[in-house]
Ligand binder design. Structure first.
Ligand SMILES: Nc1ncnc2c1ncn2[C@@H]1O[C@H](COP(=O)(O)OP(=O)(O)OP(=O)(O)O)[C@@H](O)[C@H]1O
Ligand SMILES: [Mg+2]
Length: 358
C-alpha cells in the first residue's frame, strides 16, 4: 500500500498543494517554518482525523480559512482507494471512494500511519495513556474488531464511574461489573497476544539499533495474581470513596527496563529516541508480517539528536520495513537514501512544494 497522490488544502501555511509522492520514499527539505511538519501533519490527519501536534484543530486550519481538506489516492496490491478528510471547527467529513463515511476507524484501517518526530522520547516519559495507545494501535490494525470491545469497555467504565461518583447504592454500581469484566477480558487477551508476537521483533530492532538489550514488562492494569472479578470486589470500598474504578485495562502500562532501571531514568535522549524508533519499527514489521499490510511512516527532522552513524543505520532499517516513508530535513543532504529505492525529493518554501529532479 502506498499513496500515489496527495492534495493538501488549508493546513497551516499550506494553502493548496498537490504532490505525487515517491512510491517508497519522499524527502522533503526546507528552512525552518517553511511547512515541512505541516505536510506530515496533513498525512496524519488523513489517517486519524486529528493532529500529532495539537488537540485543537483550530490551530491546524490555515488562518483565514474555515476548514482544511486533505485528499489522497491509495494504491493497494490490486485495488485503489480515494480518501478525503475535511475538518472545520464544527464538523469532520470523511469520504472513501466518493461515499461519506462516519467512522474514523475506516480511514485508519486503510491507512496505518506512524510518526517518528523529535518528541518521540515522550512516549517513555509521559503518562501510561500514550503507551496504551501505542499497544492499542498495534492490536487494532491486526484485529479491527478490537475497537468495538474497547469502545464497549470504556462506555461501561464511564457508567460505573458515574454511579460511583453519584454514590449510588452498591447493587446499582456493581450492575456494571459483569460487562466490565467481559470486555476487560477481551481487551487484555488481545493486548497480551499482540505483545507476545511484538516483543521478539522489538528486541531484534533494539539490538540492531542500539547494540544492547532491554526488558519490556506489560502491566495489565491490576494485580497479576488476582482475577479482575476479585479485584473489583476487593477495591469496591476504595473506589466508592474515590468515585472511580481504580483498576482495569484502562490502567495498563508498558515498562521498559535496562540493567535494573526504567529506561526513562537512565537512557540518554538519543538512546530514548532510538528505543522508541525500535518500538515503531517493530509495529510496522509486525503488521506487515501478520496482515501483509504496509504502513506510511512519517519521519520529522530525523537529524535532531542522532549522530551520523545511528541516523544512517536507522534510515536503512526504516527502508527495510517497506513502509512508504516521508522524511523531512532542513538540508538537501542530511542523510543518504539507498540508491535502489524509488524516491522523490521536494523543496518547501513558504508552504509551496517544488519537486527537485535529481
Ligand atoms: N494555522 C496556521 N495558519 C497559517 N500558518 C500557520 C498556522 N499554524 C502555523 N503556521 C505557520 O506555518 C509555518 C510552517 O510550520 P511548520 O511547523 O510546518 O514548519 P517546518 O518547516 O516544519 O519548520 P521547522 O524546521 O522549524 O520544524 C510556520 O511559519 C508557522 O508559523
Ligand atoms: Mg518542523
Amino acid at each position: 500500500m502506498y499513496l500515489t497522490q496527495l492534495d493538501i488544502r488549508q493546513v497551516r501555511n499550506i494553502h493548496d498543494e498537490k504532490l505525487i509522492p515517491g512510491q517508497r520514499c519522499t524527502y522533503i527539505y526546507g528552512d525552518n517554518a517553511s511547512g515541512k511538519t505541516s505536510v506530515l501533519e496533513a498525512i496524519y490527519l488523513l489517517s486519524v482525523a486529528r493532529s500529532f501536534r495539537t488537540t485543537h484543530i483550530k490551530h491546524v486550519i490555515s488562518q483565514n480559512s474555515k476548514y482544511l481538506q486533505v485528499f489522497a489516492r491509495i494504491q493497494n496490491e490490486n485495488e485503489q482507494a480515494a480518501v478525503g478528510l475535511e475538518r472545520s471547527l464544527q464538523k469532520t467529513r470523511i469520504r472513501i471512494n466518493g461515499s461519506d463515511v462516519k467512522k474514523v476507524a475506516d480511514l485508519s484501517s486503510l491507512l496505518p500511519v506512524q510518526v517518528i518526530n523529535p518528541d518521540v522520547h515522550k512516549l517513555l516519559e509521559q503518562g501510561p495513556k500514550y503507551r496504551r495507545q501505542f499497544i492499542d494501535w498495534g492490536v487494532f490494525h491486526v484485529e479491527h474488531d478490537f475497537l468495538l470491545s474497547w469502545q464497549h469497555y470504556y462506555r461501561v467504565l464511564k457508567q460505573r464511574n458515574a454511579a460511583l461518583r453519584k454514590k449510588q447504592n452498591k447493587q446499582t454500581i456493581t450492575l456494571w461489573d459483569d460487562q466490565l469484566i467481559q470486555y476487560a477480558k477481551i481487551i487484555t487477551l488481545a493486548r497480551e497476544a499482540y505483545l507476545l508476537n511484538f516483543i521478539p521483533i522489538f528486541n531484534k530492532y533494539v539490538d540492531k539499533l542500539m547494540g544492547l538489550s532491554v526488558n519490556i514488562k506489560y502491566q495489565r492494569g491490576w494485580d497479576s495474581e488476582t482475577s479482575f472479578t476479585e479485584t473489583l470486589l476487593n477495591t469496591f470500598e476504595k473506589d466508592y470513596l474515590k468515585g472511580f474504578t481504580s483498576f482495569g485495562p484502562h490502567r495498563a502500562d508498558l515498562e521498559i527496563w535496562h540493567q535494573g532501571t526504567q529506561v526513562q531514568n537512565s537512557f540518554s535522549r538519543g538512546q530514548q529516541k532510538l528505543l522508541v524508533c525500535a518500538m515503531r519499527l517493530a509495529q510496522i514489521s509486525h503488521l506487515k508480517k501478520e496482515k501483509n499490510q504496509d504502513s506510511v511512516l512519517l519521519v520529522d527532522d530525523l537529524a535532531a539528536e542522532l549522530d551520523t552513524k545511528h541516523r544512517q543505520n536507522l534510515i536503512e532499517l526504516l527502508v527495510d520495513t517497506k513502509a512508504q516513508l516521508f522524511l523531512t530535513a532542513t538540508e538537501q543532504n542530511s542523510f543518504i537514501l539507498p540508491p535502489e529505492i524509488e524516491s522523490k525529493m521536494f523543496h518547501v518554501e513558504h508552504g509551496r512544494l517544488k519537486e527537485v529532479v535529481q
